[in-house]
Design a binder for this molecule. Structure first.
Ligand code: ATP
Ligand code: MG
Length: 393
């Protein structure tokens, strides 16, 4: 049983979100065999094929945004005797090694002859008769045995997994994540996908100053992110000429802020051409010189779309915690150079003035370089759950 997260709070348009969630689940489980789906009472019932590996299925489901909880259950006819008979076998693995338990019953089918407290008491007795080593603990049990009497059957389970939460990917539109090889931007992408955005990635490379391995690292990050984000379109922008032009024509102290503005201007073009509604970055106030308020102002001023910075108020430590959880940390901390660090000045301006920045930018014809970079941008696609790049060999 897949139970909704925030979708449950939706009103009239709830079914649109449910459709989206069900579609995402189907896509995520497709390669594991023929599943059956049906929806009722704020739940999606997912019936796996015979012999399917339930651990793999639950793991997959645990990545999908929009899911509040996943309950593994066996389905019985709506007849207490049938449940009682099957309970021992089904619950054995969960209860054999436990010390305490409780029963929680839910009776959504009001025509069922037993009342909820009676179901709980009776089933508790059945469990104790088969597993006499157990003690009942209603406050803090090791295992909660759940029996839900629903319209279409009695669902018995002892395992409830907390879902990824958030809204189904795709239900909020699509945005373009500026993905570097660092720790912060993959976390930023994860956080916005959680709010229902399709997150595609744009990455700027400066060969030969940046290596092929560095690009592979970012592609590996994309692959990791597909677990949560679903399919990802990856734009790889050739940025060498722009960086060289910056180095040769602009005051060194403005290099970083100008580079970031030009990155944003390229992102603007891609957003406009391919229909993205926002730009996402992994910026966090005060982390580095380009993330002072004045520098952020200068970068932001170049944006023609809302810029989402979900980690803006987070400490590095908090960001790292999430990156470990979403399994991007190890890849992010591999030591490959980013184009940001190429030619980066020894003393960047921490308080750049927008007039000076714009003046420096206008001293050279960057517009045609932007057009060229966009035209030469390469696109790759990473499929949901695909993990092919191995940088740890
Ligand atoms: P991260 O850990 O994500 O690399 P950071 O703290 O190192 O962030 P910067 O290197 O200043 O900070 O980059 C700030 C943001 O700019 C990144 O989070 C990312 O969104 C974007 N960015 C930086 N370099 C690139 C790049 N080469 N390609 C795409 N986006 C980039
Ligand atoms: Mg970085």
């Amino acid at each position: 049983m897949v139970k909704y997260g925030e979708i449950a709070l939706k009103g009239l348009n709830k079914s649109t979100f449910e459709d989206m969630l069900q579609k995402n689940i189907k896509r995520r489980l497709k390669d594991l065999g023929q599943f059956e789906y049906f929806r009722k009472q704020s739940t999606i019932y997912v019936t796996p094929p015979e012999g399917a590996d339930m651990d793999v299925i639950v793991k997959r489901l645990s990545y999908i945004f929009g899911i509040g909880a996943i309950q593994r259950c066996a389905v019985f006819p709506k007849d207490f005797a049938a449940v009682a008979e099957g309970a021992e076998e089904y619950l054995r693995s969960a209860l054999e090694c436990a010390k305490t338990f409780k029963v929680e019953a839910k009776r959504s089918d009001k025509a069922f002859p037993m009342k909820t407290p009676d179901i709980q008491q009776e089933l508790g007795g059945v469990v104790l008769s088969h597993f006499p080593h157990l003690k009942v603990d209603v406050h803090d049990p090791e295992v909660t045995v759940r029996l839900e009497i629903r319209d279409n059957g009695a669902y018995l389970g002892a395992e409830r997994i907390v879902g990824a939460g958030g809204m189904p990917v795709g239900s909020s539109g699509k945005a373009l994540l500026m993905l570097s090889g660092g720790i912060d931007s993959p976390v930023a992408g994860y956080m916005m996908a959680k709010r229902g955005l399709v997150v595609d990635c744009i990455h700027y490379v400066s060969p030969p100053y940046t290596s092929e391995r560095a690009q592979m690292k970012v592609e590996a990050l994309c692959e990791k992110m597909t677990n949560y984000c679903g399919d990802i379109k990856f734009y790889c922008v050739p940025f060498t000429e722009i960086q060289e032009a910056l180095r040769d024509n602009c005051p060194e102290e403005y290099f970083t802020v100008l580079m970031r503005r030009l990155m944003v201007k390229i992102a603007n073009k891609i957003c406009e051409r391919d229909g993205y509604g926002a730009i996402i970055t992994g910026e966090s106030v005060a982390q580095v010189a380009s993330q002072t308020l004045t520098a952020l102002y200068c970068t932001n001023e170049a944006a023609e779309y809302p810029v989402f910075r979900p980690v803006i108020g987070m400490d590095k430590k908090e960001i790292i915690e999430i990156s470990r959880k979403i399994e991007t940390y190890e890849t992010s901390t591999l030591p490959y150079e980013d184009c940001c660090t190429v030619f980066s000045p020894k003393h960047p301006r921490t308080k750049p003035r927008i007039e000076d920045v714009k003046a420096a930018e206008q001293s050279y014809d960057f517009d045609s370089m932007i057009e060229k970079a966009v035209a030469e941008t390469e696109v790759k696609r990473f499929r949901c759950g695909e993990q092919t790049i191995d940088l740890f060999d």
